[in-house]
Design a protein around this ligand. Structure first.
Ligand code: TEU
Ligand code: CA
Length: 532
């Protein structure tokens, strides 16, 4: 397996909301091309591009109707190649989004599959007879309702773990697995460097279970086969989107000798502030648990895996709104970054995070676009338990659209994202645009630039051993150690001052600090990287 990932810092682009160049209100590939220097200057050396394949757009591109094309609204294959060359010229690698648990129902495989029970593509998907006139089991879909959809034409149900326009592929079928390996090779031959693998631990189903979940019996076998058929020959990097794993399970997917995935995301800390992980059911954030969970994964993966450090993506509200403090936007955004990226692992940064963006304000239901939000609203409303006002507050708290509004590049209308009408509302707040932060030494953007430069240039930050020294009373300290070098990361996770922890040796050098000074006390949300 290639080891370049240890030096990687990945920027996630959600193309629909990044930059529009033709005024149709939808971000596009030429928009990305125009911002490559911005990415280079930020200090990232890889990009994960959310899906830009042809799609009916039921789930913003996570419902793919052609695995080998580029969606016309995003541009052409020529534009794509130009973007890829532009990235490589700047030593930025490209990870594409690999969505192979399901396709769109408008993919030609499914169009064929649903035609008849003996169609050659029938077995590309998961079809079952009704049981006593009902769905084959109780599994529910991530976006609400049963995971089974009855298809009149052939009298059977098909499985969809997400929307009914996202039928699940049948990985038990060898032809499906070969098609996918071929498709992966097609992109890798073109020069793509790897993939972020959407809900990848769901590809093997376990029908003995009462609920739809991941990690079915053939998962490892399927991944190893892809590794042999496509990934390993190209030395491709993969990062699995894998919800609900334990560190032990993550090691089984990523260990050096496994020949499966390079890395997996861990999202356990992103479930905090939610009753039983339900994104529309808020509860106060347990800040101690936030640090403890991150530390648990650092330690749990140490033996044979390289962690992924993430706090935002296109499925999550903004970290500042969830884990930070809107009264201390600069301090808390930079503290969270210092805490997370000081750890061992590949840093993933979601577009706009580097500006310390907070959630946009949604004033009414029709400002939302996300299928999950709209379905949840409907279900919760039908339950009769909530007022309209309460429902809107829930959506504002948990909606995926909170992270999907356009990047505010300038102070102009719609943040300079488009000259037309944006596909989703654009929010532009004073101080939270690239234009304003670029030249401002005290901006979140310049803090990220400085931090990423440090992270990339230090072996100790890249691969040093992690140890948690302190996590109490809203102050934490951990160390990174490599040979005789030691880095202390000290974070104040509260809006009040505290004592400087006494585990910091006196003769340390300050290499990163989100305040001008290091005093006798820690200031609200102060974060410092000390080098010994
Ligand atoms: O997400 C999978 C996933 O389980 C969640 O993060 C999802 O956002 C949802 O909240 C489940 O309740 C991946 C993609 O990141 C997401 O955008 C897609 O909608 C989904 O897969 C289906 O492809
Ligand atoms: Ca456009």
């Amino acid at each position: 397996m290639e080891r370049w990932h240890k030096e990687a810092i990945v920027y996630q682009i959600y193309p629909k909301s990044f930059m529009d160049t033709n005024g149709d209100g939808i971000g596009d590939i030429r928009g990305i091309i125009g911002k490559l220097d911005y990415l280079k200057e930020l200090g990232v050396n890889a990009v994960w591009l959310s899906p830009c394949y042809p799609s009916p757009g039921d789930d913003n591109g996570y419902d793919i109707s052609d695995y080998r094309g580029i969606a016309p609204e995003y541009g052409t294959l020529e534009d794509f190649k130009e973007m890829l060359d532009g990235m490589h010229a700047r030593e930025i690698r490209l990870l594409m989004d690999l969505v192979v648990n399901h396709t769109s129902d408008e993919h030609e495989w499914f169009v064929e599959s649903r035609k008849s029970r003996d169609n050659p593509y029938r077995d590309y998907y998961i079809w079952r007879d009704p049981v006593d006139g009902h769905a084959p089991n109780e599994w529910v879909a991530a976006f609400g309702g049963s995971a089974w959809e009855f298809d009149e034409a052939t009298g059977q149900y098909y499985l969809h773990l997400f929307s009914k326009k996202q039928p699940d592929l049948n990985w038990e079928n060898e032809r499906v697995r070969q098609e996918i390996a071929d498709m992966i090779n097609y992109w890798l031959d073109m020069g793509v460097d790897g993939f972020r693998c959407d809900v990848i631990n769901n590809i093997s189903k376990d029908f003995t279970r009462p609920y739809a979940g991941g990690n079915g019996p053939r998962l490892h076998e399927f991944l190893h086969e892809l590794h042999v058929r496509a990934l390993e020959p190209h030395k491709a990097l993969t990062v699995g989107e894998t919800w609900g794993l334990t560190p032990a399970q993550a090691l089984e997917l990523t260990g050096e000798k496994r020949g499966e995935l390079t890395m997996t995301f861990q999202f356990e800390h992103l479930l905090l502030g939610r009753v039983n992980g339900d994104k529309f059911d808020p509860e106060p954030l347990d800040k101690k648990a936030f640090v403890d969970i991150l530390a648990k994964w650092e330690i749990g993966l140490k033996a044979d895996s390289y962690p992924v450090l993430v706090m935002e993506n296109h499925d999550q509200p903004r970290a500042l709104s969830r884990f930070g403090d809107l009264d201390f936007p600069y301090e808390s955004a930079t503290m969270l970054a210092s805490m997370l990226y000081g750890m061992r692992g590949v840093g993933f940064i979601y577009q706009g995070q580097e500006l310390g963006l907070h959630d946009p304000t949604f004033n009414s239901l029709d400002e939302y676009r996300d299928i999950e939000t709209l379905n949840a609203y409907k279900e919760l409303k039908e339950s009769g338990k909530f007022t309209d006002e309460e429902l809107l507050a829930k959506m504002q708290y948990g909606s995926r659209d909170c992270g999907r509004t356009p990047i505010p590049w300038t102070r102009e209308e719609n943040g300079g994202f488009t000259s037309g009408t944006p596909w989703i509302k654009a929010q532009v707040d004073k101080g939270f645009t690239v234009e304003e932060q670029d030249g401002d030494e005290g901006s979140v953007l310049n803090f990220y630039r400085k931090m990423l430069k440090l992270k990339k240039s230090s072996e100790c930050l890249m691969d040093g051993e992690f140890e948690l020294l302190l996590n109490e009373s809203d102050t934490s300290v951990y160390t990174r150690t490599l040979g005789d070098e030691k880095i202390f990361v000290v974070c104040r996770y509260a809006d009040t001052e505290s004592e400087m922890p006494d585990c910091i040796p006196a003769d340390c050098e300050v290499i990163l600090n989100n305040y001008k000074e290091v005093g006798k006390t820690l200031k609200p949300y102060q974060a410092i990287w000390f080098k010994k």
